[in-house]
Design a protein. Structure first.
Length: 120
């Protein structure tokens, strides 16, 4: 069974873009992966749209089947059916990690952990 996740890239204006990742979404993989991506994307991490688009491109070029695995979410709400959610603030340089309960209602946060990254 896959471990699904959502990654929300956000800026200080409150704007955000949500990306869905179908598998390998556990924090032990995702936090290092997000950090590696942000290093790869250096120079564009201040632009919300480019950061989100580049994350999908970067992820698909690394996966075995580029047709699978990633999607753009149409609403601004975290999906309660994913296992983990990540909020990446491109300006404060924080990665928040959320573990969710499976269900059909609003997302239930079990724990929160903040990770920091540097784009310098």
């Amino acid at each position: 069974m896959s471990t699904s996740s959502q990654i929300q890239f956000k800026n200080k204006k409150g704007e955000s873009i949500l990306i869905y990742k179908h598998s390998d979404g556990d924090p032990e993989r995702m936090v290092p992966e997000i950090r590696e991506f942000l290093e790869w994307n250096k120079g564009r991490n201040n632009d919300l749209e480019y950061t989100a688009a580049n994350y999908i491109f970067w992820g698909k070029t690394r996966d075995m089947d580029p047709k699978l695995g990633y999607g753009i979410c149409t609403d601004k709400q975290l999906n309660p059916t994913v296992d983990y959610a990540y909020k990446v603030n491109i300006e404060t340089k924080e990665i928040e990690t959320f573990m969710t309960e499976q269900g059909s209602g609003p997302i239930n946060i079990i724990w929160t952990k903040v990770k920091e990254w540097s784009d310098k």
